[in-house]
Design a protein around this ligand. Sequence first.
Ligand SMILES: *Cc1c(COP(=O)(O)O)cnc(C)c1O
Length: 256
Amino acid sequence: TTDRDPLLLTPGPLTTSLRTKQAMLHDWGSWDSAFNRITADLCQRLLAIAHGEDSHVCVPLQGSGTFAVEAALGTLVPRDGKVLVPNNGAYCARILKILRYLGRAAVELPVAEDQPASAAAIEAALIADPTITHVAQVHCETGAGILNPLPEIAAAVARQGRRLIVDAMSTFGALDIDARTLPFDAVIAASGKCLEGVPGMGFVIVRRSALEAAAGNCHSLAMDLHDQWIYMQKTTQWRFTPPTHVVVALHAALEQ
Ligand SMILES: *Cc1c(COP(=O)(O)O)cnc(C)c1O
């Protein structure tokens, strides 16, 4: 029985509440208007956590967190873009690997794995290479627990007129990320981490103007967040089969 399951801790996937589990006792059709209202409300709630209602939109995506990271990079970085990746751990290294797969130019900024990334070093790297278009920053390196100084990094990236993409998988919902004061184009997280849903979907809080400008960037149909967003606005539905139980569980978790 469930009360004999081992206790799973943050960042996740983690132990979910009874109410969250109970939300999954129903079945939903992907064309069901009641289900699509839950998706819309879920996206609004996720956007509100980042205070992005005036500037950003929330685009959900099927899959684990890495799917959403890959989708954000593939959608927002143009094919001739170039990404600076401060690297102090496994998830930074994964971003570099994704960029290699996508054929997007990347510049690694090595950082010791027991040290946070430095906003000053990032700013110096941007000044040294004006062809860098984006910075991809992991908020917390989950394995080592190193928290990178996001407000300082975001300010430095904005000062240099570049774009910031944040993997906030293990912090979103636990540590504040405020779109009103912290400039970013994308913050990426997933259902099964600090928000205490079950794993199975990611989402990207993305600056509306950046997403509007991203049509045609993506190398992949399934990973194209622009296409997902356009389709969802038109139809209220997910573009391909949604993870229905995951969606209602995350919605229930947010209500709690
Ligand atoms: C969990 C996590 C991811 C995504 O990993 P998945 O196994 O694809 O869910 C990405 N970045 C960070 C920082 C994470 O903690």
